[in-house]
Design a protein around this ligand. Structure first.
Ligand code: SF4
Length: 364
């Protein structure tokens, strides 16, 4: 069944006109969906009963059913798994106001949103990459995660990070449709500066997002400061190597308003050596970017090892010595499998929800 969440104001006007109703009904409907967070058409008391019945026969208001919620041992970060209408599962993480993105203190409730079921990009450190790509999420399924999180948390989400399962820039049409509603003042009304898009370095997607023209925050999974190292960790680098990615990021800097964040997972004997820190510093300085270091989070079935704390700190100091703004983030909710894809990974034995294809190595 189609979901009404992804209908913008203009789309609602058009839909209702086709059903013989005036534009003010679109305003009423939009208020019920977004201001009152109505969960059924029955609640929409100022709409004619015949219209409510017709809408209920054609549309849903909640495209996801939450099937599991797990809390970290500190009781702060909560991860939830939702089942979609076709039985596939998607996961999202609620990050409390006191923690916020990148470990910074924040008064905002942050949601880490997924954009795809599985992922085709096959980053070697990632549980979602292990599962392969199944399908894109619709705009409604992206928006549905926000409404589900609010129901679990009992408060409004006002900060979004697209860092869950999937590569958001590979699901561009649905991402842009969802962002339009997320930023709309009559809908979720979350400002662009409170939305972070994280990408593995999808160059055409970056250009299209820049054309979208909103001052979104951008986080780039770098994880290697040379093609040799980055291609080991991220197969996407063979399709869009640093020689293409860095110019696209320079271009983003010309249009974006916020400092780019370069995400860098520290993996022992792969990219956590001091010469790599110096290469990373050169890229960060060139892009006027900050670096977010994340000591590797062990994933069952993957070979990488987390470096010692002393090695992580030495890498961090080497960047600071090069005057690069740097933070070190220890994954919140490690004990609830909060690395992307891990909660879902545990449940893939369910019949009917297995991924439909294996990771596709991105090659030219
Ligand atoms: S890190 Fe992101 S882009 Fe890479 S495989 Fe995982 S979900 Fe996909």
């Amino acid at each position: 069944m189609d979901c009404l969440l992804e209908y913008s104001r203009d789309a609602l006007v058009e839909l209702l006109a086709g059903m013989g109703h005036k534009p003010f009904r679109a305003t009423q409907l939009q208020e019920w969906v977004w201001k009152h967070r109505a969960t059924s058409f029955e609640q929409m008391s100022n709409l004619p009963p015949a219209l409510r019945a017709e809408l209920a026969g054609r549309f849903c208001l909640r495209p996801l059913e939450v099937v599991e919620v797990s809390e970290s041992s500190t009781g702060s970060t909560r991860k939830f798994l939702s089942r979609m209408q076709d039985g596939h599962l998607v996961e999202s993480v609620i990050i409390p106001a006191a923690v916020g993105q990148g470990g910074a203190h924040s008064s905002r409730l942050t949601l880490c949103v997924s954009s795809q079921v599985g992922c085709a990009f096959g980053c070697r450190f990632c549980a979602s990459g292990l599962l392969g790509f199944t399908r894109n999420l619709t705009a409604s399924e992206i928006l549905g995660q926000i409404l589900a999180a609010e129901q679990i948390a009992g408060e409004r989400v006002d900060n979004l990070v697209f860092m869950g399962m999937g590569e958001p820039l590979a699901n561009m049409d649905n991402l842009l449709a969802a962002l339009t509603i997320i930023m709309d003042q009559q809908s979720l009304n979350i400002g662009a500066r409170h939305i972070t898009i994280s990408t593995s370095g999808n160059v055409p997607g970056l250009r299209r997002l820049a054309e979208f023209g909103r001052p979104l925050r951008l986080a780039v999974s770098l994880h290697g400061a040379s093609d040799e190292v980055r291609s080991q960790v991220m197969p996407v680098n063979r399709k869009w190597p640093l020689g293409e990615l860095i110019p696209a990021l320079r271009e983003w800097n010309r249009t974006g308003k916020h400092m780019i964040t370069l995400e860098y997972i520290l993996i022992q004997d792969v990219n956590a050596m001091l010469p790599e820190a110096r290469k990373l510093a050169r890229i960060a300085r060139e892009l006027n970017a900050k670096v977010n270091l994340i000591p590797y989070n062990t994933v069952d079935g993957l070979p990488w090892v987390r470096p010692s704390e002393a090695d992580c700190k030495a890498f961090c100091r080497a960047l600071m010595a090069e005057k690069v703004p740097v933070t070190m983030r220890y994954e919140k909710g490690h004990d609830i499998n909060a690395a992307c894809g891990q909660l879902r990974l545990r449940r893939t034995a369910q019949p009917g929800v297995a991924p439909t294809r294996v990771p596709k190595i991105m090659e030219k």
